[in-house]
Design a protein around this ligand. Structure first.
Ligand code: FDA
Length: 311
């Protein structure tokens, strides 16, 4: 209940232009800017620096250029060009070649054809350079269009791509069968968005229950699934189910967000599990940052403290 309420409150605040203005002024200022806890910086150089630090700990990473829900074709083209320019930079830096993207950043709100054209360009260029591209899953109105585009590019032979499924959505268990039928990779998450009861489980117990069912199916039938969660119970279930099904640690990986449960990231790595850290960067960090606060309102405390230090 508190989960749903805080997601709703922070979701509403994420749309506030005034708050965005204040946050943008202080969030990334200096090394102590409060948004730096969850966002690597605003430039590709800062993101590469963060990725190097993550890899130095024996973890792997995926880089996400923040931005979503673009409203014009020019912005969608700019985001696509930015991704196309980012990949050679990552390759030159010698860090892992793995990126995450959002289809509304590529123009899905304007038209699926436009987003599809941009996605194909990114996947083709990515394939030449040896990149794996993960399509993040956005809120429920975009799920069908995202899966349909994903299936279309996969059938066209662009298979250096994976998708995300959210256990909070009632449709996701059926969607999982769709993706498994392709033989594609899934990142399993609980879901970051406040969704209505018509389409989504509302209690933590229901969301967790669906997560464990999907996890079990993925460990047995998936293709290198990514178990993306910070929840110690879901992590314990993963270890238990993998052991019961005889699935070795190398057949899946855990994933966590940059700046969240760094202790657990290191502990799982030390136990011999793969751990990939999702590293977001870019100027459009505000909605992403607000979703992280909504998941754990206790994080608001550190934001206030660093704001008071700034003034
Ligand atoms: P849950 O929210 O139940 O939290 C369990 C525990 O984890 C908490 O008690 C706390 O200890 C810790 N925790 C969780 N969030 C925290 C935070 N912000 N700060 C500090 N501690 C925290 N969602 C989506 O809709 N589409 C997507 O594409 C993705 N992609 C994605 C990639 C990766 C690598 C991760 C890890 C997550 C996503 N998500 C996502 C977000 C996901 O849906 C979900 O919102 C968060 O992971 C929080 O859910 P948990 O599974 O961690 O559990």
């Amino acid at each position: 209940m508190i989960d749903a309420l805080s997601k709703a409150v922070f979701g509403t605040l994420a749309g506030s232009a005034a708050l965005k203005g204040v946050a943008s002024r202080y969030g990334m200022r200096g090394r102590g800017g409060f948004a730096r806890r969850f966002v690597a910086g605003e430039t590709i150089d800062e993101a590469i620096g963060a990725a190097r630090a993550v890899e130095a700990q024996g973890l792997s990473q995926t880089l996400d250029l923040l931005g979503e829900s673009v409203a014009s074709e020019a912005e969608a083209v700019a985001a696509t060009e930015a991704y196309l320019a980012m990949m050679p930079r990552i390759a030159e830096a010698g860090i892992g070649r793995n990126i995450s993207i959002k289809l509304t950043q590529l123009g899905l709100d304007l038209s699926p054809e436009l987003a599809g054209t941009h996605l194909r360009r990114i996947l083709s260029h990515g394939a030449e350079l040896g990149f794996f591209v993960r399509i993040d899953m956005e809120n429920s109105p975009y799920v069908e269009a995202t899966l349909a585009l994903f299936e279309a590019v996969w059938r066209d032979g662009l298979t250096n791509v994976g998708v995300v499924l959210q256990s909070a959505l009632k449709r996701s268990e059926a969607d999982l069968e769709r993706v498994l039928a392709l033989g594609a990779r899934v990142r399993l998450v609980k879901g970051a968005y406040k969704e209505p009861a018509a389409v989504a489980w509302q209690s933590k117990a229901e969301v967790d229950g669906a997560y464990v069912r999907m996890l079990d199916r993925l460990l047995r039938a998936g293709h290198f699934p990514a178990i993306a969660t910070h929840d110690p119970e879901m992590i314990a279930e993963t270890k238990r189910l993998a052991a019961a099904a005889g699935v070795p640690a190398g057949a899946f990986e855990f994933q966590m967000l940059y700046g969240v449960r760094r202790d657990l990231q290191a502990a799982l790595r030390a136990e011999g599990f793969g751990m990939r850290v999702y590293i977001p960067y870019g100027r459009e960090w505000f909605p992403y940052f607000m979703r992280r606060l909504g998941e754990r309102p206790a994080n608001v405390g550190f934001v206030l403290k660093s704001l008071l230090r700034e003034r």
